[in-house]
Write a protein that binds this ligand. Structure first.
Ligand code: HEC
Ligand code: HEC
Length: 454
């Protein structure tokens, strides 16, 4: 029988040093400003004590998965009574939002806007904890790849259980005042009976134990292959030699790979590596210099800047100027199911997202507003001191007057290829169905977007 320790193995975070008695709540209790533990060693110690929880019952991975599945969509765990993890991470949209809003509304009154776009939760199973100097353990690839990993756009949570605490306690998400409030809501919810069945009859009498049970179940659910990493896209069928790309998709794939054209695969890994199917991300944190998004209400304050790795949502690198503007490279799997792109959701179509790569430096006026001096204010979401951090490798290696790295037709081809990354391919040409899945994100959401800023 699988036990808690096998759940530990499943999540890949079992590398533990000497356990220290640090409760997970200590590192994640403060929403928004939550900082990860100071060092990898203390992170490991925290993880070790988290997994060492003495539950009355030892649930197996299947029981934990089903418990987590129930909690993931249980609106009773929110202060509003109307929001669950699935409200923002909708399974029908690749665990991304079911609308085009740049940021979602939450809180006790369901009117509090968030500050970042909601990422997909799929294909996160092998995300390593954040590290400043990441290198693949493999001998031939041991160069320092810089800041890599962690959960969230800035990598500030080191595991899925640590991450799960953030939305439960964030005032603009599920808005519980503390972990005790979550457990109190759980006691009264329809999930209570299953929770006792899973962890033991008395688990809900022990607040810290019950809280950790919630986080553990949510973590293990997010490791369920059928839900989170099924590898059922057309591209996966192609890798298994069970399907072939059509002409546009094949051209798109070649442009995606070509270092002189899209150069996308440099960060969005696209080929089988060491026997593992590609996740379309190397989990690296990189600055792309996206335009400031006026649709995010927090941005009405000109002094507010979301600079990712250097803050303000994480605070441990506030003094590290060369980390300002860095955000985690997301997976591109299921990206066609998303209605807003990049950490601030400033772009709303895949065509525009790819055009940003091709034209950011050639036609910056297409993306950035004019500054007071009448000139295009490139990288307007970063202070001048951080603009040097922005990536300038291909296709970002051009200047006004140069030819864009990709033509309109080539951008369309890359988009065709990206649409082969949507799970649920059944051997037929799903192009049409995919298109309708995307258009089920109704334009009326744009009205909501305006409301969110007004
Ligand atoms: C109101 C919308 C909302 C709700 C509800 C919500 N999330 Fe999220 N989630 C987000 C946003 C926004 C981010 C990105 C946060 C950041 O980068 O600071 C995120 C990030 C994540 C991540 C990190 C993904 C990555 O790319 O590293 C995980 C894991 C996650 N959420 C799990 C959950 C779970 C589990 C729940 C329920 C307990 C939940 N979320 C509820 C909005 C939401
Ligand atoms: C140097 C690394 C790098 C390269 C090269 C790169 N990307 Fe990205 N990509 C990123 C990072 C980092 C982000 C997130 C940036 C942010 O939100 O601030 C991202 C985000 C995206 C997104 C938004 C996904 C989402 O869920 O919001 C799309 C789409 C995308 N990339 C497509 C591409 C394509 C197509 C190419 C090639 C033309 C490409 N990328 C090349 C690093 C890279």
């Amino acid at each position: 029988m699988l036990t808690l320790s096998s759940a530990l193995l499943l999540c890949g975070c079992g590398r533990s040093d000497a356990p220290r008695s640090v409760r997970i709540t200590a590192t994640v209790a403060a929403p928004v400003t939550a900082s990860p533990p100071a060092s990898a060693a203390s992170s490991n110690a925290t993880a070790a004590s988290f997994y060492a929880q003495p539950f009355e019952r030892k649930p197996d991975a299947a029981a934990l998965t089903e418990m987590g599945r129930a909690l993931f969509s249980d609106v009773a765990l929110s202060a509003s009574g109307g929001m669950s993890c699935a409200s923002c991470h909708d399974p029908a949209h690749g665990f991304s939002p079911p609308n085009r809003l740049a940021v979602q509304l939450g809180g006790a009154d369901m009117k509090q806007p968030g500050v970042r776009a909601v990422p997909s939760l799929k294909y996160q199973q092998d995300t390593p904890p954040f590290s400043e100097h990441f290198s693949d353990t493999d001998g031939d690839d041991s160069a320092d790849q810089g800041p890599t990993g962690g959960r969230g756009w800035d990598g500030r949570a080191s595991s899925a259980h640590e991450q799960a605490a953030i939305p439960l306690l964030s005032p603009f998400e599920m808005a519980n005042t503390d972990s005790a409030a979550v457990v109190a809501r759980l006691r009264r919810s329809a999930s209570a009976a299953r929770f006792r069945q899973t962890f033991g009859e008395h688990v809900l009498d022990n607040e810290s134990l019950a809280w950790n049970g919630v986080l553990l179940a949510l973590e293990v659910f997010q490791q369920s292959p059928a839900d989170f990493y099924p590898y059922t896209s057309k591209y996966d069928a192609v890798l298994r030699r069970q399907a072939t790309l059509n002409d546009a998709e094949r051209r798109g794939f070649q442009l995606f790979e070509d270092p002189a054209k899209g150069n996308c695969a440099q960060c969005h890994i696209s080929i089988i590596k060491r026997g593992a199917f590609p996740q379309f991300t190397d989990r690296g944190l990189i600055a792309l210099g996206l335009p400031r998004n006026p649709q995010i209400p927090a941005n009405r304050d000109p002094a507010y800047r979301d600079m990712g790795l250097c803050g303000p949502l994480r605070s441990d690198f506030a003094a590290q100027a060369d980390y300002c503007g860095l955000f985690k490279t997301p997976t591109l799997r299921n990206v066609a199911l998303r209605g807003s792109f990049f950490h601030n959701g400033v772009i709303h179509t895949l065509e525009d997202a790819v055009a940003f790569y091709a034209e950011r430096d050639v036609h910056p006026e297409k993306f950035y507003p004019k500054g007071r001096d009448g000139r295009t204010a490139k990288f307007d979401d970063l202070p001048a001191s951080a603009q040097a951090n922005v990536n300038t490798e291909a296709p970002f290696d051009r200047h006004p007057g140069d030819k864009p790295a990709l033509t309109k037709r080539e951008i369309a081809d890359i988009v065709s290829f990206l649409r082969t990354l949507t799970d649920g391919y059944d051997g037929h040409d799903l192009q049409r169905e995919r298109a309708s899945a995307t258009s089920s994100i109704k334009p009326q959401s744009n009205v909501l977007a305006k409301k969110a800023t007004g």
